[in-house]
Every structure is written in structure tokens, then in C-alpha cells.
Design a protein around this ligand. Structure first.
Ligand SMILES: [Zn+2]
Length: 184
């Protein structure tokens, strides 16, 4: 299991006091929340490309950097970062070649059944009001999707005026970012 490799590495890491170079506190130094995609190509590339060090930002991620409801877990995390952790800027970062732009909710459901989820479980969830299309659909263009997420945050009834919300798109090959929208 990969987990065993990680646990073994961790013992060495702690024993060697390698954590010392990362010491910081939980108030983000740049007073910023970054909300981006869970894309594995961005794990190291995004912070390096934007000069984000340990302790600099609150980093939130999900599949596609998508917020579609004002009270989902990402929106709540942003509010906590603003009110409890002094964040003053929120930057949504989508990326080119995002897997969420290609997600087909029907194919995903087929995949679930193939991997052993019983069809009646899915039927029951659907009857209980879980809309698989709504929950799992992706987006047409990443710029539109970033704009949609930014607008939900900007228009959030609980977001104070002084918080600036920006939208960027990053290239997962080069790390180059383009600004979709910014608030000054
Ligand atoms: Zn992605």
C-alpha cells in the first residue's frame, strides 16, 4: 500500500526535524484564500508558479474549482477564512485541460455500477432528490466556470465589501496564469 510508504517516510521526516523549515502559524501571510482544482499536476506547480510559500494562503480545492451553491463547503470555508483568519482576498484558479470539463454524469454513473454500486442504491438516491446531472456535471469553458464561481463568491450575502475576489486560469504545463477577472 502507498500508505505504508508514506507512513515510513513520515517517521524519517519527523525524526530528522525536517518540519523546522516550514514553521508558521495559521493566519495566511498574504491574507488570501486560493481556491483551485484538485488537479495533481498543480500540487507543486501552482504554488511555485505564484510564489506561494508555506503559511502564505488558505488553499481550498475541489474537482474543477467549482462553486455552484452559496452554502457549499467551499463557500463556508471562505467565510471562515475571512472572519476567523483575516483573509482579505479570494483568488479562484481554474486550469486548462481540466478533467471536469469532460465529465459526463451518465458515464460516471455507469462507472459506479460497474465498480459494484447497486443500481437500486442509485435509484434510491435519485428518488431522494439527488440530481446526478446537477451534482457531477462539469463545464464548457474554464473561463466561464471561473467567472461563475467568482460571481457566487462576490455576490455572497455574508461576504464583506472589503474582500476582493479574483479569477485566474493556469496552464498546467507551463504554470502561466491569465487573469479572467480582478477586483481592485
Ligand atoms: Zn481540474
Amino acid at each position: 500500500m502507498r500508505l505504508d510508504e508514506m507512513l515510513e517516510f513520515n517517521e524519517q521526516f519527523v525524526a530528522g526535524k525536517e518540519y523546522e523549515q516550514y514553521t508558521t502559524d495559521s493566519i495566511p501571510n498574504k491574507r488570501m484564500v486560493v481556491f483551485t482544482c484538485m488537479e495533481s499536476r498543480l500540487v507543486e506547480l501552482l504554488p511555485k508558479a505564484l510564489n506561494i510559500q508555506n503559511g502564505d494562503v488558505k488553499m481550498l480545492k475541489n474537482a474543477g474549482a467549482i462553486i455552484r451553491k452559496p452554502f457549499d463547503s467551499i463557500a463556508k470555508s471562505i467565510l471562515v477564512a475571512v472572519y476567523a483568519l483575516k483573509a482579505e482576498e479570494v483568488t479562484v484558479i481554474g486550469h486548462h485541460d481540466c478533467g471536469m470539463s469532460r465529465i459526463d454524469p451518465d458515464a460516471l454513473t455507469e462507472e459506479m455500477i460497474e465498480k459494484g454500486i447497486k443500481e437500486d442504491v442509485i435509484q434510491n438516491l435519485k428518488s431522494a432528490g439527488i440530481d446526478f446531472h446537477q451534482e457531477f456535471h462539469g463545464f464548457e469553458t474554464v473561463e466561464e466556470s471561473v467567472m461563475q464561481s467568482v460571481n457566487i463568491i462576490r455576490n455572497h450575502p455574508l461576504l464583506p465589501d472589503y474582500v476582493k475576489v479574483h479569477g485566474l486560469v493556469i496552464d498546467p504545463a507551463t504554470g502561466k496564469v491569465d487573469v479572467v477577472t480582478r477586483e481592485d
